[in-house]
Write a protein that binds this ligand. Sequence first.
Ligand code: 5GP
Ligand code: ZN
Length: 113
Amino acid sequence: MDCLFCKIAAGEIPSKKIYEDEIVYAFYDIQPAAPTHFLVIPKAHTMENCAQINEENAQIMGHIFQVIARLARQLGLEENGYRVVTNCGEDAGQTVRHLHFHVLGGGPLGKMA
Ligand code: 5GP
Ligand code: ZN
């Protein structure tokens, strides 16, 4: 499958990796929208976006959010807070059709659009 994030998770395209395990891969966004901006993705391309979360695949969400909480803590974002965003489809501006969660922090983020 010709998917950018599948290639990043497989190490075929270089990225600034923060963490990986058998289920998820976390790396810094190439175009940061905040002082700290990283992405957490499931390695398996089973969901294009959060609209495809269902009974069968929902378990992975708990793992993703545990990883987000741990990495945010390790990167010093916990004290002042951070934002977790997932763009779902065209109106949200989703550009990569492989489920991913943006984690933004490291300074005031302003209001949501
Ligand atoms: P979306 O707009 O789909 O929610 O988010 C896609 C994100 O992937 C964007 O924030 C964009 O900057 C990031 N991105 C696109 N191409 C690359 C890349 O090659 N490497 C990394 N690290 N991030 C990328
Ligand atoms: Zn993919």
